[in-house]
Design a protein around this ligand. Structure first.
Ligand SMILES: [Zn+2]
Length: 449
C-alpha cells in the first residue's frame, strides 16, 4: 500500500461564547442561510417559469451579479459563499435524483433547523494563544473579542486549512481542518514504529462484534445498543405526532413533532459520537500493535437485506471501522489487506481447507464435513483471513511475544474496550499445529487448555 506523507484531520472543538460573540455567529449563520434561500428562490422560480433545472454554479453567478443589492452581505467572505453554493448543489443533485415528482427545493427555516454552519478559510480566522492563559482562542473579527476554545487542541503546531463554525442543537462548535504530517501524527498520537512482523486477521459480525486471529474478541459497545433501542422507540412516538405524511401533504409539522424530533436529533448525535469513539479506539489499538491487518470485503454482509434498526447501525460501524483502519495503516506504514470478495473466509475449514457449503448464517460453531474439526465460526473466519494475508504479503506472524501480548491487552484496558479471549477447549486442539495460526503461542500469558 502506498504510504501517505500527510493527511487531513478535523478536530471539532467546543466554543465558549459571550453574548456579543454569540450575536456575531448568529448573524453569520443568518447570512449563510439568507444566501442559501436566495439560491433556492432562484432555482424554484426558474423551474416554475421555464422548467429548466439550474446548477449550483449557475445560481452562484446569478447571486454574484445581484449581490450589490444586499448591502448587509458586502463583508461576507468568498469561502462562505462558495460553501453555501456547494451545499445548494448537493441539495439540487439529491432532489433531481429523488423519486418525487415535485422538484422544487425547500427553504431553510430557522425554526426547524437542527444545525447550521458556515465555512471560513484559514485566512479569515486565527487560532491564537493568549499569554498567561491555558486555553486557545479563535480570532474571527476585529469587533469581537477572541472566542475561547474549551477543548485542548490536538494538532496545534500543524497548519490549518479551514474552519467550519457550527451550531448544533443550541451548542456552538468549530471544526478545524488540519494538514497533519506523518511525523506529527505518529508523535502526537503515540504510535510506535513497529519492527515486528505481527499480523492479524479480523472478522466482524453481528453476533460477535470483532474476532481477531490472535484470539482476541472485542465486544460491541453495550450502552450504544441500549441507546439505539431508545432511538427506535422515539421514532415510533414521532410517527404518531401530527406531521405531513407525504411530500404533497399540506399538514404542517406540529410543535410536539418539532420538539420530539429535536430530542431524537440529540440522541442521534450522541449515538454517532459513541460509535465513532469506539471505532477510533479499536482502530488505534489494532494499528498500534500490529504491522499488518486483513479484513474481508464487507459488501458480502449486505446480502441480508431488511435488517433491524440496531443491526443497520452496527453495520455502519463496520464500514467506519474498516475505513479508519485503512486510513491509519496508510499513515503509519502498516499493511492493510482486503480479502477478495469471493474468498470464503467463513466457509473454509482452517484445518483442511475444505469448503463447508452447508454452513448457514445461524451456525455459531464451524463443523468441518471433511475432517470433523470444530471451531468457533468467527474465529475460523479470522484465522482464514490471517492465512489469506500471509499468502498475499509472503510475511506475517501471529505469534505475539508475551510482552507484546501484554501490551495489546493493556492498550485495550486503557481504551476501555471490552474484550475476552477466545475460549478454545483443549479437546478442540489435539495437536498444536492443527490451528496453525495464532495458537502456536502457548507461552503467551493466556493458555487455552
Ligand atoms: Zn476440515
Amino acid at each position: 500500500m502506498e504510504n501517505k506523507e500527510y493527511c487531513y484531520l478535523t478536530q471539532k472543538v467546543n466554543l465558549r461564547l459571550n453574548k456579543a460573540q454569540q450575536t456575531f455567529l448568529e448573524d453569520m449563520f443568518y447570512k449563510a442561510r439568507f444566501i442559501y434561500n436566495y439560491g433556492v428562490n432562484v432555482f424554484n422560480e426558474t423551474l416554475k417559469s421555464s422548467g429548466k433545472i439550474l446548477s449550483g454554479g449557475e445560481i452562484n453567478l446569478h447571486f454574484v451579479k445581484n449581490k450589490d443589492g444586499f448591502t448587509f452581505l458586502k463583508d461576507v467572505s468568498e469561502t462562505l459563499i462558495k460553501r453555501v453554493f456547494e451545499n445548494l448543489s448537493k441539495a439540487i443533485i439529491k432532489k433531481v435524483h429523488s423519486d418525487s415528482e415535485d422538484k422544487t427545493l425547500r427553504f431553510k427555516d430557522e425554526k426547524t433547523l437542527f444545525s447550521e454552519s458556515f465555512l471560513l478559510s484559514s485566512r479569515e480566522f486565527k487560532v491564537v494563544e493568549i499569554p498567561n492563559k491555558t486555553h486557545h482562542y479563535i480570532e474571527i473579527d476585529k469587533n469581537i473579542s477572541p472566542i475561547k476554545i474549551k477543548d485542548r487542541l490536538r494538532f496545534k503546531d500543524c497548519p490549518i486549512i479551514n474552519g467550519t463554525f457550527k451550531k448544533e442543537l443550541d451548542k456552538y462548535y468549530c471544526c478545524i481542518l488540519y494538514k497533519v504530517s506523518r511525523e506529527n501524527y505518529i508523535k502526537k498520537l503515540n504510535y510506535p514504529v513497529l519492527a515486528t512482523k505481527n499480523a492479524i486477521g479480523i472478522d466482524v459480525g453481528l453476533a460477535q462484534y470483532l474476532t481477531a486471529s490472535s484470539g482476541l474478541n472485542i465486544e460491541a459497545n453495550k450502552p450504544l445498543e441500549k441507546k439505539i433501542r431508545r432511538l427506535k422507540r422515539l421514532y415510533k412516538q414521532l410517527d404518531r405526532k401530527v406531521h405531513p405524511r407525504s411530500a404533497d401533504d399540506p399538514t404542517p409539522k406540529s410543535n410536539n413533532y418539532i420538539k420530539l424530533s429535536k430530542k431524537i436529533a440529540k440522541l442521534h448525535t450522541r449515538i454517532v459520537n459513541i460509535r465513532k469513539d469506539n471505532v477510533n479506539k479499536i482502530a488505534s489499538v489494532l494499528t498500534r500493535n500490529f504491522s499488518a491487518i486483513c479484513m474481508e470485503d464487507l459488501s458480502i454482509k449486505d446480502m441480508q437485506k431488511r435488517k433491524s434498526f440496531a443491526k443497520r447501525a452496527q453495520d455502519l460501524s463496520f464500514y467506519e471501522l474498516k475505513n479508519k483502519i485503512k486510513q491509519k495503516c496508510a499513515l503509519l506504514s502498516r499493511e492493510f489487506v482486503e480479502a477478495n470478495k469471493f474468498f470464503p473466509s467463513s466457509k473454509k475449514c482452517i484445518k483442511c481447507g475444505h469448503i463447508n457449503e452447508s454452513l448457514s448464517m445461524y451456525d455459531r460453531v464451524f463443523r468441518c464435513e471433511n475432517c470433523g474439526f470444530e471451531i468457533d465460526r468467527d474465529f475460523n473466519a479470522a484465522c482464514n483471513l490471517f492465512k489469506y494475508m500471509k499468502n498475499e504479503l509472503r510475511w506475517g506472524t501471529s505469534k505475539l511475544k508475551p510482552s507484546e501480548f501484554h501490551k495489546l491487552l493493556s492498550d485495550c484496558d486503557k481504551n476501555k474496550l471490552k474484550y475476552y479471549l477466545q475460549p478454545l477447549g483443549s479437546n478442540q486442539i489435539e495437536n498444536k499445529k492443527d490451528v496453525l495460526v495464532s495458537h502456536e503461542s502457548q507461552s503467551t500469558p493466556y493458555n487455552y487448555a
